[in-house]
Design a binder for this molecule. Sequence first.
Ligand SMILES: C[S@@+](CC[C@H](N)C(=O)[O-])C[C@H]1O[C@@H](n2cnc3c(N)ncnc32)[C@H](O)[C@@H]1O
Length: 507
Amino acid sequence: MKTARTNAAKDLYKQLRCLTWEQLWMEHVLAFNQGDQTSRSQNAGLVRAVGVVFSETGPRSQKNDVATWLRSLLQDSDEKIRRYAMAALPKIGAESADEDALLEILRKANPPEREMKYLARALDKIGGKATLEVMGGLPGQTALKVKASLAREAAPSEIRLDEVVESFAGFQIHLRGRRGLERFVRQELEASPQARRLFDFRNSRPGLVEIAPQSAFRLCDLLSLRCFGTLAFVLGMISKPDAAEIAALITASPVRGLFTKLTQGAIRYRLEFPSLGHQRGLVRDIANQAYGLCPDILNDARSAPWAVEIHPYGGQFSVELRPRFSPDPRFSYRRLDVPAASHPPLAACMARLAGNSGSDVVWDPFCGSGLELIERGRLGGVRKLLGSDRSAEAIDIAGSNLAASGLRVVADFFHGDFRSACVAPNSITQIISNPPMGRRVPIPNLQGLISDLLHTAARVLQPGGVLVFANPISTRSLNPRLKLDMTQRIDLGGFDVQIERHIKDHR
Ligand SMILES: C[S@@+](CC[C@H](N)C(=O)[O-])C[C@H]1O[C@@H](n2cnc3c(N)ncnc32)[C@H](O)[C@@H]1O
């Protein structure tokens, strides 16, 4: 009987959910209000539909009326109507009157278990200071969620980049990035006297470079390296993703020290399982257990400054603490983007691969938002940057990103097909480019485009000049003066390309 009623309520909800807001409010809610208790109970699904449809298409001007109606239903004699009203209130936008109405239920009565669950879930979402004061009876998870949202609203937390991490001994650091870029990450580390003094290369695997601090360091020291994607402290290795073990790692004393040192504001983290999907149940368990161990460390999926990530590692899992930078301070000059903009660390790798003759004239024939040019400019030794793109918008964006980078370098941009750019023979020392790959925007003759690029490079490069580009196909230079010098297969986000370096001979 209970199941039949539940199904009927669900079916009704499904039908009503497809109606317009006006139909629901003007016809069905009116009829519901005029009905007796039996008919109201039969139409409980309407309450659920009102929350969902109003949140999607309801006019804001009616919010107070809807909230008042839902709050009145919190006192209904039908338990299902009360529960649906609890679930609908956060959906339409919370107000302190809603929180008070929910807390009133808690103060007056001792709701049955199922109702208590709905009440807690609603307070998870809209609870504030008043909820924290009457926490007795509510599950710990509600305290955690309410604390996290109060902390988030009070002030956004930030990662401290300049704080010195003294207690470095135990933590290895994982630098992750696109598969195939590991050798560039290692070379960049080893080529920087400052980074080499602070960090030791340990190991690399596809998409991962492992380093260990050698002395006290700051996050900004790590961010002086530009070829990796993300950085994370390794908190420990576990054989399987077990909530108790992960919670213990997150709240271990050295980790608390790290959190405290490097966080400005409340310590909030989100949990991520890059290879396992959402894992909602596991997230809840870890969050609650970690909160039980240390109530100052708050799980919060929204704009948390830290991510705790669980990555497969060999036959095990590595639990890592990653600062979430948005935007990445290394690439904050990217004020605007083009649709197929380069992955910034890849642009940094390509710029390094081109080298530095001390007085380079650098051309990106497909400059898009300008990342390769800007990354090359940052390495110094540039006489002139040239960019061409057939999109006028891209040319504007490249110009404004270059301005935002603060580089003082002569730059010239050309709007049009790279084949018609006025570039004199033997005038360029470096071409660095990420051409269209024909993935998002089909290219009618990609092979012809890449052949033309190689041909143009052979013509405009000075003897000894360098072409570095991401080659999406296996087209090779037919020009005997342009020699393939290095190639590296990399993952460009779901498909592989070859990063190639060609050198024009001196004949
Ligand atoms: C992969 S995107 C380049 C991304 C760029 N490196 C960045 O950092 O944003 C390729 C660019 O090539 C441009 N493009 C495509 N065909 C072109 C052509 N024949 N001549 C010049 N530009 C072209 C597109 O408009 C696009 O902006």
